[in-house]
Design a protein around this ligand. Sequence first.
Ligand code: XMP
Length: 507
Amino acid sequence: MILLIDFGSQTAHLIGRRVRECGAAVMIVPPEDAMDEIRLQKPDGIIFSGGPAFVNQNGAPMVDKNIFTLGIPILAICYGHQLTAYLLGGKVRPGRTKEYGPAVIEINGPSKLFAHIIDNHFTVWMSHGDTVTMPPPGYTSPAKTTTAPVAMMQNEYKKIYSLQFHPEVKHTKYGSLIIRNFLKEICGVPIKRIILKPATFIQTAKEVIGDKRAVIAVSGGVDSTVAAAILSRAIGKRLIPIYIDNGLMRTENYESITHIFREILKVPLEIVDAKKHFLTALRGITDPEEKRKTIGKLYIDYFEKTARRYSDARFLIQGTIYSDVIESKGTKHADKIKSHHNVGGLPEQMGLTLYEPLRALYKDEVRKLGLKLHLPNDIVMQQPFPGPGQAIRVIGEVTADRLARQQHADRIVLEEMRRSGWINKVFQSFPVLTDTKSTAVKGDGRFYGEVVALRVYGSVDIMTASWSRLPYSLLQTISSRIVNEVPGISRVVYDITTKPPATMEWE
Ligand code: XMP
C-alpha cells in the first residue's frame, strides 16, 4: 500500500490513479494526518504530491521531518520536492521565475527511478513557482532542465527521491514508467494490471438502488450517458432520465440525446424546454464565475421542479467524474479553479440520495467503460462538452445573437474537423467569441467585427493539454469559412497555449 500525502495538488488523484493502475492500493491523506496514518497503515512507500503553496510562505503545509528517518521509500513531487529540500537543508529559491508547461529534462547520472529509460533527454511537464537550487547534504541531483538546476534529487541509500516535474500527467514522457519504477524497483511492490469491469458497476448500482426509482440529469455527453447506461442495465425503466434543454448546447445535441435514450438505452426521456429562460437569466452577466453560477442554479431549479413530479423516486444519479470533483476544490489544500456546476450537491430538501457511479474515474476510464457497455463509438468518443455549454465560449454577455454566432462557428469547426479526420486526433475543438473587435475589409468597405479564437488541443487526463498542430490548410479552411459565413466576425486567431497554465476553456 502506498500512502499519498496531498499538499493540495490538482493532480493528487491522478497520482493515485497511476499507482492503482500498477495494482497497488493507495490511501490519500492530508499532511497533518500523515504520521498517524503511517503508524497505522505501515505503507510500502510514501508519495508527496505537489501543491499551490510556497515553502517559505506563512501557513504552507508541512510534514513532520521524522518522516525521512522511518526507512520507508519516499517519492516527492513538485511542492513535495521543494519541501524535501527545505526540510533537509537544501536551497529553495522563492518563486521568481515561474514555469508552467513542457520542459526538456537532461539525465546525467544513474537512478533506479529512471530504470528502463534509454533517452538522456525527454519532455516533462512543469507547474511550479519555487525552484530547488541546491540539494540537501547527502543528496545527488542526476537531472536538470534549463530553468530547474535540480529537476530531480535522490538519496538512493535512504530510498528518498524527488522530482520537480509531474510524472503523473500523460504529457510527461515516461511518467507512468517513473511511478512504476518507484513502486517496483524501490518499494518492491508487485505490479499487476487492473481491469475495469462493467458488471461490477452494474452490480454495485443494483445494490445501491435496490427496488427504488432513480432520476438522472442527462446532457447527451459521455459521462451522463455512461452513468445512465450502467443504471439502465441495473434498474431498467425504474430509471428516469431528464434532459433540461438550456439552449446552450451544440445544435446537434438534441437529435443525439433523443436517439441515445429512445433507440439505444430504451428508457423514456423527459425533455424540458428552458431555452428562453436561460437567455433571460444571462442578460447583462459578463463575469465568468457569475455566469457559471447563474446557469448552474437555474439548471438545478429546473431539474428539481421536474424531478419532484416523480415523487416515488428516491435516488439522484449524476455523471460526475473525478476531474469535476478536483477542479471544484476536491481536496483540503487545493486551490479552486472553476465552479463546475454538476458538482456541489443539489438541495438536500429534495429528499433524494445522491449516487455518482463514475466519481472515481477519469475521462479515458469512463470511455473504456462506455465501450465495454456496447455504447456506440461516436457517442463514447465524442468530445467532452462543458455543463454551462457555449455560454462559457461566448466571452462577455451571452445574447441570443452572439450565442447564435458562436453556434454557427462551432458547426463549421466540427464539420471541418470531421471532414479532415482530425476530430479523432484531438480532445476538444471549438471556437470562442472573444468579445474583442478588429478591423477587416469586406467587399470594398471597412468592417469592424468580433474576433473568434479557435481552441484545439490534445489531452488524455484533462489535467494537461497541448495545442494541436493542425495542418495550415485546415486552419485556412476553418478561418475562411468562419469569416465568410458567420455574420459579424472579422478575424480568426489560433490559441497556442498549453494547460497548464491556461485552462482548456477560456472561462
Ligand atoms: P478547463 O477549462 O477547466 O476544462 O481546463 C477541463 C474540462 O472540463 C470541461 N468543463 C466542464 N465540464 N462542467 C462540466 O461538466 C463545467 O462546468 C465545465 N467547465 C469546463 C472542459 O470542457 C474541459 O473538457
